[in-house]
Design a protein around this ligand. Structure first.
Ligand code: NAD
Ligand code: TYD
Length: 357
């Protein structure tokens, strides 16, 4: 058995962005032990990592980031030089129903991880790094104009974004107070394979596939900036190894879409790939009650990461969306496994009533 001189803990590695990040790191850094620490909540799925689970440098640990004993023991057992922290409750609608769960995982979990890192790294903080993966949603909502930069004040508007903002504040406070080496990135909306179908893009594809109504909140006028998930994983790799200590980087796709236009585009791509008559799935679009406190627009200025680290998105939206739709069509079994059981119950609760005005 190989012994590894360095280990990186990736939390939430069985989730959507986490699985792409784990895959990239396991394949790219065979000399580093990659520890995927994940509780396997409804959003965590080890099927996302089938292709790399047999690799020698990959280790899965099932556990909760709020479990202090477990986290401290991982730092004692392995030569952990970095934490890439993705584990979170990540869905705004769920945060509206159950905010406490978000505080527990997103804030208490983050602080628990940092306490262990701080203790383990206190003699020699050089060469160590705690990397907080955050979201553009901490900045609040934009009007029709402008972009979020790294100096935009935090102004979170949902329980989800408030919990992520709280965690980010703790990360900076630990840097300032205890000298914890850290870096933070705030990314826009991701899309791609393995995303849980509670989020807009996979939910829409799944509903088109099954000819079910596509729920569009309010009038569908809200705007998001979409980034292909593998572009985000590449940014994470760059920032982890090359980002400046204590620095924040915004990551975005420079790709703003109104929800209604995006949903129509998805209908058209899916119809084409399924050989359905052009335009037929658009008939499934159903306007439903708006999300409470729904942020109007997010848009990211990612010039800092571009200028300092040379990162920019590589996947065009047409290519990324086509690849994504094709992936879901090719992996209906993956979808079926998660859309049965607990998710079916959630779906009924969330979308039980519709409103067509
Ligand atoms: P996800 O919901 O798909 O995955 C979250 C993962 O965390 C799951 O595998 C889950 O099992 C795990 N997890 C949850 N609670 C845990 C706990 N207490 N202990 C251990 N593991 C736990 O989320 P995602 O969309 O991949 O997002 C990952 C990270 O990126 C989150 O921190 C999110 O805030 C951030 N982010 C997401 C987006 C996006 O568009 N999805 C954009 C910007 C930032
Ligand atoms: P979502 O994928 O939940 O991401 P976020 O809220 O973090 O941006 O939602 C993206 C946008 O799509 C957001 O404006 C809410 C909207 N939306 C719908 O219109 N219908 C849906 O069923 C969902 C899940 C989201």
């Amino acid at each position: 058995m190989t012994s590894f001189r360095q280990a990186i803990i990736i939390t939430g590695g069985a989730g959507f962005i986490g699985s792409h990040t784990v895959r990239l790191f396991v394949n790219k850094y065979p000399e580093i032990r990659i520890i995927n620490l994940d509780k396997l909540t409804y959003a965590g799925n080890l099927e996302n990592l089938r292709d790399i689970e047999g690799k020698e440098n990959y280790l899965f640990v099932k556990g909760d980031i709020t479990d202090e004993g477990l986290i401290f023991s991982l730092f004692e057992k392995y030569p952990v030089t970095g934490v890439i922290h993705l584990a979170a409750e990540s869905h705004v609608d769920r945060s509206i129903t159950n905010p406490l769960e978000f505080i527990q995982t997103n804030i208490i979990g983050t602080v628990t991880l940092m306490n262990a890192a701080r203790e383990a790294w206190k003699e020699q903080p050089e060469g160590k790094r705690f990397y907080q993966i955050s979201t553009d949603e901490v900045y609040g909502s934009l009007g029709a104009e402008g972009y979020f930069t790294e100096s935009t004040p935090y102004n979170p508007q949902s329980p989800y974004s408030a919990s992520k903002a709280g965690a980010d504040h703790f990360v900076r406070a630990y840097g300032n107070t205890y000298g914890l080496p850290h870096v933070i990135t705030n990314c826009s909306n991701n899309y791609g394979p393995f995303q849980f179908p509670e989020k807009l893009i996979p939910l829409t594809i799944n509903n088109i596939l099954h000819k079910k109504p596509i729920p569009v909140y309010g009038k569908g006028e809200n705007i998001r900036d979409w980034l292909y998930v593998e572009d985000h994983a590449r940014a994470i790799d760059l920032v982890f190894f090359q980002g400046r200590n204590g620095r924040t980087y915004n990551i975005g796709g420079n790709n703003e879409w109104k929800n209604i236009d995006l949903v129509k585009k998805l209908c058209d791509i899916t119809d084409r790939l399924l050989d359905r008559p052009a335009g037929s799935s658009r008939g499934l679009i159903t306007f439903v009650r708006d999300r409470a406190g729904h942020d109007l627009r997010y848009a990211i200025d990612s010039s800092r990461i571009r200028d300092e680290l040379g990162w920019q998105p590589e996947t065009s939206f047409d290519d990324g969306l086509t690849k994504t739709v094709q992936w879901y069509l090719d992996n209906t079994e993956w979808l079926e496994h998660i859309t049965t059981g607990a998710y079916a119950k959630y779906y009924e609760q969330q979308y039980g009533t519709t409103n067509d005005e």
